[in-house]
Structure formats: C-alpha cells, structure tokens
Design a protein around this ligand. Structure first.
Ligand code: AMP
Length: 121
C-alpha cells in the first residue's frame, strides 16, 4: 500500500486538523485519541510517512524506530498510567482493523482493561 498524504494523521502533523498534544520529539508525535476507548487513550505516531508497522520496520531509521518505541512508554508515563499498567495496541491492515493508514500505536490505561481479545465464535 502506498502512503496516502491526505490521511487524517498526515493532516494533524501538518497542522491543518487540530489535535491535543501530549508529547513530541524530533521524529514522533503523541496526542489524545478523539474517541477514547479507555480513561487514558493516547496515539503515538512517527512524523515520517509510514503506512503501518510493516512499512515502518522496513524503511525507518534506527533513530525513528527507537524514538517511536520510547514514545509509547513515555506516553504511559506522561499520562500517569505507567505504574499501574497499560496496554499498547498496533492495528495493521484489514484483518488488524486499521482505520487510519499512518502508523500509530494506541496507549490505553487508567483502569483494568480486561482480557486482550474476545475469542471469535
Ligand atoms: P485504528 O483503528 O487503529 O486505525 O485507530 C484509529 C484511531 O484514530 C481511532 O482510535 C480513532 O478514534 C482515532 N482518530 C481518528 N481521527 C482522529 C483525530 N482527528 N484525532 C485524534 N484521534 C483520531
């Protein structure tokens, strides 16, 4: 899949759509999810144009990779959920139910989140 520069997170990065910033570094931006699925729900995205985790793992520099992983843990610290525990989710592609085609990690917490997945059928 080629990168769609019109996707909503690209527009957030360029500033044409507003977002609530939590953190940022030179290569990573962290902001609040508009439709939170837990008391705390942050999104951590690379500033570079990567469609998903597979694309990012193949093409990103070591600095971008390290910054994004650290950004996930830092989001939990900044939002105050790190000590009690939290969950990181990365949805990829159709079966992964990825809706926005720019890599993002969900950082969820603030209470017990229950089992990881509901089993099919
Ligand atoms: P995914 O299904 O993994 O692609 O997740 C996309 C996430 O982006 C969802 O949790 C949405 O609530 C979130 N989202 C969509 N538009 C915005 C926006 N403008 N600002 C913040 N979060 C958004």
């Amino acid at each position: 899949m080629s990168y769609d520069p019109e996707n909503i997170f690209a527009k957030i990065l360029e500033g044409s759509i507003p977002s609530t910033e939590i953190d940022q570094t030179e290569t990573t931006y962290t902001f609040a999810d508009i439709n939170p699925q837990a008391a705390t729900h942050a999104l951590v995205i690379p500033k570079g144009a990567y469609t998903d985790l597979t694309d990012f793992a193949e093409k990103a520099s070591d600095k971008e990779l390290a910054d994004w992983v650290r950004g996930l843990a830092q989001a939990a610290k900044t939002t105050g959920v790190a000590e009690a525990g939290y969950r990181v989710i990365v949805n990829i592609g159709d079966n992964g139910h990825q809706e926005v085609p720019h890599l993002h990690g969900h950082v969820l917490g603030g209470h017990a989140l229950g089992p990881m997945l509901t089993k099919r059928g």
